[in-house]
Design a protein around this ligand. Structure first.
Ligand code: FAD
Ligand code: SF4
Length: 488
């Protein structure tokens, strides 16, 4: 039982400090300093163990938040990691990367700052790894069934871990040269050091999951072979088709999608031999005037990467207006609030420009030199140009970070013949099974561009569907149902 007056004793929400900007820009390590145990336990004491814990509802995984808050308050970290792992395969990823929809849903947040749920989660799992409590969980028996997981992002990894532990022989295929999906080559090192991913993969290998990187399913391995070799398939290929900006000048050199740019930074951190004679990767912001189009998290990852590469200056454009400083009235508690956020990358510099639309890229000798843009305002739900607001801004590197339109269809999906939703995602039933029997889908490939926490929840739920398909029944938990979407 929680301390009923804990939130009165510790009225302030405290979080670890970010390392000083000049210091952290000199390396690629994670930006947060350590958090001492006493402060953490005080923060956990603020949890009221509400009769109706709305935070549960906020977390797609249904994490048992008040339970592990209370265990941390008592210093029972080993019990806490058991409760945390009961619902979340990878709190090491979510504790670092989740936007934490649980926190704005926290009841304490109605009239005080909410409990620091995400930080408590992170400290539990990091302590567990440090203490050697995270061990391989080997299956009790083998079923003799085989499962292929296509894609090694958080959805594929969660599905693979659940199915391996249920006794199936699981092989994860990944077309990239390393395992991890966006955790590996999208998310920069300063948000999550790759050693965090590697130590988790080590656990999964020891449990019996097999990984095969460098295999593009549908090209290197035909879908016929895949179906012949495996009793079930989980598609977890992500939503990798990026939204483009087809305006005049788009074909100039120096304009790249975020996911053409970010992997190079990550490869340098992996120690890959990708540096040219100038000591820089093929796409770099070093010494350049950079404009990032897209004000979201991917844009912020480009921003932090460009800072570390030594850009001359950086602007980040967003077509939406600047959000309010505090929770917008349109998103009352316990909804995830629309409000102005300052990520670590924003704190490091660059200029954020809101309500702006880019209409043309300008270039010389085939290379981008500037872009033309204007301010916009919202009228009847549409963006309208503000008269006489045109401007031109110099740029020699433009990064497009405007989101993803869905999964890539040629090859894997067309060859399998799975049905798609109106939005172009892979359609699935309540068991996460596609229109092709025995083929399941999880994560961004079925859901559309989303979050790591949703990918893990979907991976877990799809694993339960696969297990039921193979065995007739399943004891695996299924935290969510897919959102209904029309099939065509
Ligand atoms: C730059 C960036 C930063 C982000 N930051 C955050 C964040 O901080 N927090 C957060 O919650 N979310 C973040 N997201 C979103 C999050 O990363 C995704 O929602 C999540 O990774 C989706 O997981 P997934 O497993 O469905 O797919 P992915 O992580 O996209 O993995 C899919 C994998 O499948 C592989 N694949 C595809 N087709 C094939 C094939 N035919 N054969 C073999 N392999 C194949 C791909 O190469 C890829 O590695 C970010 C996204 C981006 C782009
Ligand atoms: S996974 Fe995300 S939403 Fe769930 S408890 Fe952790 S931070 Fe909150």
């Amino acid at each position: 039982m929680a301390d009923p007056s804990g939130f009165l004793k510790y009225t302030h929400r405290e979080l670890p400090k970010r390392r000083p900007v000049p210091l952290r820009l000199r390396d690629w390590n994670e930006v947060y300093e350590d958090f001492d145990e006493e402060t953490l336990r005080h923060q956990a004491t603020r949890c009221m163990d509400c009769g109706i814990p709305f935070c549960h509802n906020g977390c797609p995984l249904g994490n048992l938040i008040p339970e592990w808050n209370d265990l941390v308050r008592r210093g029972r970290f080993r019990d806490a990691i058991e409760r945390l792992h009961a619902t979340n395969n990878f709190p090491d990823f979510t504790g670092r990367l989740c936007p934490a929809p649980c926190e704005p849903a926290c009841v304490l947040g109605i009239n005080q700052d909410p409990v620091t749920i995400k930080q408590i989660e992170l400290e539990i799992i990091d302590r567990a790894f440090d203490e050697g409590w995270v061990e391989p969980v080997r299956p009790h028996c083998e079923t003799g069934k085989t499962v292929a997981v296509v894609g090694s992002g958080p959805a594929g990894l969660a599905a693979a871990q659940q199915l391996t532990r249920a006794g199936h022989k699981v092989t994860v295929f990944e077309r990239d040269d390393r395992i991890g999906g966006l955790l590996r080559y999208g998310i920069p090192e300063f948000k999550m050091e790759k050693r965090i991913l590697d130590r988790r993969l080590e656990q999964m290998r020891a449990e019996g999951t097999e990984f095969r990187a460098g295999v593009n399913v549908g090209v290197d391995l035909t879908v016929e072979q895949l179906r012949a070799d495996f009793d079930a398939v989980v598609l977890a290929g992500g939503a990798t088709a990026a939204r483009d900006l087809p305006i005049p000048g788009r074909d100039l050199d120096g304009i790249h999608q975020a996911m053409e740019y970010l992997p190079w930074g990550n490869r340098v951190q992996e120690g890959d031999d990708v540096l040219g004679p100038d000591g820089e990767p093929p796409i770099t912001a070093k010494g350049k005037k950079v404009i990032i189009i897209g004000g979201g998290d991917t844009g912020a990852d480009c921003l932090g990467t460009a800072h570390r590469q030594g850009a001359a200056n950086i602007h980040q454009f967003e077509i939406m207006p600047r959000p309010p400083e505090t929770r917008a009235e349109s998103t009352p508690w316990p909804m995830y609030p629309l409000m102005y956020r300052v990520s670590s990358a924003h704190e490091e510099g660059g200029e954020r420009v809101f309500s702006v639309n880019t209409e043309e890229f300008v270039g010389a000798d085939g290379r981008v030199t500037a872009l033309k843009a204007h301010e916009v305002t919202m009228r009847d739900g549409k963006f309208v140009k503000v008269e006489d607001s045109d401007f031109e801004l110099e740029a020699d590197l433009v990064l497009l970070a405007m989101g993803f339109v869905g999964p890539e269809q040629p090859g894997l999906l067309t060859d399998l013949g799975v049905k798609l939703t109106d939005r172009g995602n892979v359609a699935r039933n309540d068991d996460f099974e596609t229109s092709v029997p025995g083929v399941f889908v999880a994560g961004d490939m079925g859901r559309g561009q989303s979050l790591i926490v949703w990918a893990i929840a979907e991976g877990r739920a799809a694993a339960a569907g696969v297990d039921r398909h193979l065995m007739g029944a399943s004891a695996l938990p299924a935290p969510i149902k897919p959102t209904a979407a029309p099939i065509h």
